[in-house]
Design a binder for this molecule. Structure first.
Ligand SMILES: Nc1ncnc2c1ncn2[C@@H]1O[C@H](COP(=O)(O)OP(=O)(O)O)[C@@H](O)[C@H]1O
Ligand SMILES: [Mg+2]
Length: 349
């Protein structure tokens, strides 16, 4: 994703003041008027506000992670974005279309054509093989058997399960089953990809493999991704931006670096406390700018590299390190001492 794509293009997903209130007669909520609504009203009415006044825009090709503790409203929010759950109030726009005012038929069409979904519990059909599971969404759309099986086979190869087309879910490991879930969600070539804790049920090593796999796929496919997790390491690894939810509200939205260097409140700080700064701090943050496309160095980093990811440069040079932007221009230098200090966990001065 380039920054420009967010700034210049219309957002792909735009949520404005979205609320979801659960409870008897929760539709009364709209009549209550937002100014009168507080914890007391919610308690008195026995309502739960799972999502409270959430607004954000997501740009094309962006990986937007929603993170928060269990029960903070993440699943409810992502379901509001596809209207699997009807928001109680607010607006959800998908590629410029008001999702909340479209007919049921149109909604189904938008979901089929634009949205792929992956859930924590893989939700595979146990009596269908891998090919049948991946082809299923296309079958529902009435696509011919031949065509859907060609497409499904491509998706199966894409996620590294070639040769297992005729295995049944029970014959696959958890990681393989989730690869099937991923292949199925991509079968109809959606532009938007919703993943709700897709790797949370997996062992750490498998989980890490699948995170790498997701990044590899994203580099190839460039979807607009909404990814839910309660794991900060996972969020940092894959996110362009992270939204932190607490009790239904978004308390901060920013890059991993923003959240760790400038947590908005105690809740965010608690989440981010143990994260080494070097994992999120970019070279751009610690470099000294230079003018005129010139630095007396022989080694170079990219301005967007994260310090921990490029630590091995220190073994290759004894000098200051040059910094290039995406266009290849020299824009700064980092001295070795600063670099080593950040790697050792020091704060940025
Ligand atoms: N169908 C429902 N009816 C009543 N309360 C619900 C329902 N779904 C979710 N909730 C409540 O909404 C809050 C947020 O839930 P959820 O969105 O599942 O959180 P998360 O995905 O972050 O764990 C929780 O307090 C949960 O109990
Ligand atoms: Mg959830």
């Amino acid at each position: 994703m380039s920054k420009n794509s967010i700034e210049n293009e219309r957002p792909v997903i735009s949520c404005l003041n979205v609320w979801k209130v659960f409870g008897a007669n929760a539709t009364d909520f709209e009549k209550e008027k937002l100014d009168n609504l507080n914890e007391n009203t919610l308690t008195a009415k026995k309502w739960t506000a799972a999502v409270c006044d959430v607004s954000f825009d997501i740009g094309r090709g962006e990986v937007f992670v929603i993170m928060g503790l269990s029960g903070s409203g993440k699943s409810t929010m992502v379901r509001c974005m596809s209207r699997l759950i009807e928001p109680t109030s607010g607006d959800v726009n998908i590629e410029g279309e008001n999702l909340l005012s479209v007919s049921d038929e149109k909604l189904i069409e938008i979901r089929r054509q634009k949205m792929g979904m992956v859930f924590q519990h893989f939700a595979l059909l146990p009596n269908r093989d891998v090919l049948g599971n991946v082809a299923f969404p296309l079958q529902v759309q009435g696509i011919s058997r031949k065509e859907r099986e060609v497409r499904a086979s491509e998706m199966i190869s894409l996620v590294g399960l070639e040769g297992r087309e005729n295995f049944f879910p029970a014959e696959l490991s958890g990681g393989q089953q989730q690869r099937v879930g991923i292949a199925r969600s991509l079968a109809s070539n959606p532009s938007i990809w919703f993943l709700d804790e897709p790797f949370s049920a997996l062992d750490p090593l498998i989980r890490s493999d699948l995170q790498d796999e997701l990044l590899r796929l994203q580099a190839q496919l460039n979807k607009t991704i909404v990814f839910i997790t309660h794991d900060l390491d996972e969020a940092i690894k894959i996110a362009d931006r992270i939204a932190i939810m607490d009790q239904g509200r978004i308390v901060q939205i920013g890059t991993p670096e923003d959240l760790i260097m400038r947590p908005a409140n105690e809740y965010v700080a608690r989440f981010t406390k143990g994260v080494p700064k070097s994992k999120v701090v970019k070279v751009s943050t610690i470099m000294k700018p230079v003018a005129g496309n010139h630095a007396k160095t022989s080694s170079f980093l990219n301005i967007n590299d994260r310090v921990a990811d490029v630590a091995d440069i220190l073994t290759k040079t004894q000098e200051a390190i040059g910094v290039r932007n995406d266009g290849g221009d020299i824009v700064g230098v980092v001295d070795r001492e600063t670099f080593i200090r950040i790697l050792a966990g020091a704060d940025i001065k």
